[in-house]
Ligand binder design. Structure first.
Ligand code: AMP
Length: 438
């Protein structure tokens, strides 16, 4: 049958005042396939390693993020969406990140009483009021894992290894995956490093950007994260935190590197990876796919040994990673990993009320037999339904009119040859299965 030309209906432009807010998007079915694919692949892998799903509320007390990420972190200082409740005037925030809520849940639900470490993963939307651009949205999904309750670098290794395995299992070329790795030490060794870093930056004060000048006062480690051209040379000459680590932090990091080597996980040491949030201690890392122009991290994570205590919970260390789902999807698509909505094998055309009733029963039988069928059960016109089938490009169409219903028959039309045959309705599943096998 010749393919009918579809008339595209012009999309009416929605009023600006009613459109999605800037930086937020609808996720349509074709796109959601990728979200499902990532979650399904992750679930299988993570559960195998004993990580189970947790979901925390989208709204949390703003104080949770202020206390953990730090008042001066970009995430809190510039990007957090907050609102005041109508009754008590409580300040709530749309969660900008996943680790603090998971650790809050760990404390609030006394998960520290379970065998440690508690291993969790999460998948859901997060919100940051950033300038929208490629790979940066105001609502984005994160897929994260957290292992809470064990300080051993084996857990850091496992988190990094799972990230590596997942990216490979999603179909990305493992040879191109690599980690940028650093240790930002504990409170003690970081203090002496920050002193040196400040000294060095103050010497170069006239050359650095205004953001770095501010950071130097509020969040000095973040100067190493500056992307501005004018600061690059200064950044390169900055002291390296690895030279300031105390013996314990040094040994922790060394053991992590030995584990990664044993597992053949590619990494480079990068003194500028510091992560933006106050709660990180020791291991910090970001993961990339080599050769991607934008050079955006697919994800990042690290150890947060003081986070639980800072929330007045027990002294429990933790380590985790968060991957940006939209960035993953963009990378999957760019690397030719294509997903499509399921293609139906058959289209059921029915005409008249009686045919609809029989049609409902038939649809159910076909579904139970695993035959993928499409229909347009609200319609009665043969022409409209055939047009629909043609648009879906199904190889077969079943036609059920009043006459066929009366005789217990059904018409099977082969859409490629145009050939029509009539069969007893109770034989049609067998016939269809044979035809589809061919
Ligand atoms: P972060 O903890 O900020 O490093 O976030 C972890 C990962 O989430 C990043 O590596 C990105 O892949 C992703 N991500 C962070 N912010 C955004 C955003 N605004 N839009 C899209 N993805 C983001």
């Amino acid at each position: 049958m010749a393919k009918a030309k579809q008339k595209e209906v012009k999309t009416p432009k929605i009023k600006k005042s009613l459109a999605t807010p800037r930086g937020m998007r609808d996720i349509l079915p074709e796109e959601f396939l990728y979200y499902d694919y990532i979650l399904k692949t992750a679930r299988k892998l993570f559960e195998y390693y004993g990580y189970y799903r947790i979901e925390t509320p989208i709204l949390e007390k703003a104080e949770l993020f202020i206390r953990t990420s730090g008042k001066e972190s970009e995430v809190v200082h510039k990007e957090m969406y907050t609102l005041r409740t109508k009754d008590k005037g409580e300040v709530l925030a749309l969660r900008p990140e996943g680790t603090a809520p998971v650790v809050r849940a760990y404390i609030e639900n006394a998960l520290f009483n379970k065998p440690q470490p508690v291993k969790l993963y999460y998948f859901g939307p997060y919100f940051r009021h950033e300038k929208p651009q490629f790979g940066r949205y105001r609502e984005f999904y994160q897929l994260g894992i957290e292992a809470i309750g064990d300080p051993d670098p084996a857990l850091d290794t496992q988190v990094i290894f799972l990230t590596y395995l997942l990216l490979g299992q999603l179909g990305l070329d493992k040879k191109r995956i690599f980690f940028k790795l650093n240790s930002i030490g504990c409170k003690e060794c970081r203090r002496s490093y920050i002193r040196e870093l400040k000294k060095y930056y103050k010497k170069n004060y006239s050359k650095i950007c205004s953001d770095c000048r501010r950071r130097l006062k509020t969040n000095p480690l973040r100067v190493l994260d500056c992307k501005k051209e004018q600061c690059q040379e200064i950044k390169e000459g900055a002291p390296n935190i690895l030279d300031y680590l105390c013996e314990e932090c040094k040994s922790h990091f060394k053991r992590l590197l030995e584990n990664l080597d044993a597992l053949n996980i590619p990494y480079i040491l990068d003194k500028t990876v510091v992560r933006g949030l106050d709660y990180y201690t020791r291991t910090v890392f970001e993961v990339f796919l080599e050769g991607e122009k934008e050079n955006l991290a697919l994800g990042g994570g690290g150890r947060y040994d003081l986070l639980s205590k800072s929330l007045k919970g027990p002294d429990k260390p933790g380590v985790g990673v968060a991957l940006g789902v939209e960035r993953l999807i963009e990378t999957l698509k760019k690397n030719k990993i294509k997903l499509q909505l399921p293609q139906p094998d058959v289209f059921l055309v029915q005409m008249g009320d009686e045919a609809k009733r029989v049609g409902f029963q038939l649809l159910e039988k076909l579904r139970q037999e695993g035959i993928k069928i499409a229909e347009n059960i609200g319609k009665n016109s043969l022409r409209a339904q055939l047009k629909n089938a043609d648009r879906l490009n199904t190889p077969f169409v079943l036609i059920l009119g009043q006459e066929e219903v009366l005789n217990g028959m059904i018409i099977l039309k082969d859409m490629r040859s145009g050939l029509q045959e009539t069969f007893a309705i109770d034989k049609i599943i067998k016939v269809l299965k044979e035809r589809l096998k061919k």
